[in-house]
Design a protein around this ligand. Sequence first.
Ligand SMILES: C[S@@+](CC[C@H](N)C(=O)[O-])C[C@H]1O[C@@H](n2cnc3c(N)ncnc32)[C@H](O)[C@@H]1O
Length: 281
Amino acid sequence: MPRFAPDLVQRFYDRSTPGFARFGQGGRTGAIRRAVWGPGVTDRVQAFHFVDHEIAEHARALATSAAPLHLVDLGCGVGGSLCYLAARLPMRGTGITLSPVQAAHARARIRAAGLADRVTCTVGDYCDLPSSIGQADLAYAIESFVHGPDPVRFFTQCRDLVRPGGRLILCDDFRGETSDPAAARALDRFRSGWHVNTLLNLDEVQAIARLAGFTLHTAMPLTPMLELGRPRDQLIKTFLALFGWLPLHRTRLGHLVGGDALQTCLRRGWLHHDLLVFARD
Ligand SMILES: C[S@@+](CC[C@H](N)C(=O)[O-])C[C@H]1O[C@@H](n2cnc3c(N)ncnc32)[C@H](O)[C@@H]1O
């Protein structure tokens, strides 16, 4: 039994998405994730699209014919990545999210971008994909894999989804090595604040991927490119130092508790943020 069943994750995003859309760092990009100040990035908008830019490069390398590529976003949020990619690539895109609230935001974004003939968004679970999705040339999951209740099931579904020779890209947090008891407490605060079920180390994720027919193609460490300890993070830390004794993780402020713990884990090397590209055998 996962700690956070899909309906709890769904409610978490149904509840928090309007706030993320209005006040989130991702602003008009629609990104519900962290900015990555990778090579070539000069401003915040580019930082929020850095991972999309990397995905676009891998997709371009797969395009061998005139036929449009099919890209599937597993945990698509409000469709920011799909809209970015579809504006730049000959492709059709399918997004899947647990949250009906996010799907409504995504459909409005897709229509506003004039992409409704090529991009769709479906409410569903990436561990139980509808067969109507068809095969993908490339599937990706940005900061959504950690929510999943069962990584084996995730990769098994991806084996059926991604065509042989295609790519599966994960951008997420993975466990580092530590025996520090403080790590267990911080990881637990991260899990409960952000509704996280799956925290694997790189060996574990590779072993599960290999059994499902995926081989690691490239791994890009992103932790050094994240913003850690910004003034707003310091403010949140101060607030939690004063009020952290309250059961905030059970309230609408739970994501602040999780985010603060995540920053600690990343700084101490208990977690690292990576972009993993797998090739489907
Ligand atoms: C942190 S948000 C990231 C959204 C988007 N990838 C982005 O980068 O803006 C996590 C997303 O994962 C989705 N998600 C979590 N578990 C899921 C599942 N089992 N099936 C489908 N989507 C899931 C949530 O609905 C949400 O859209």
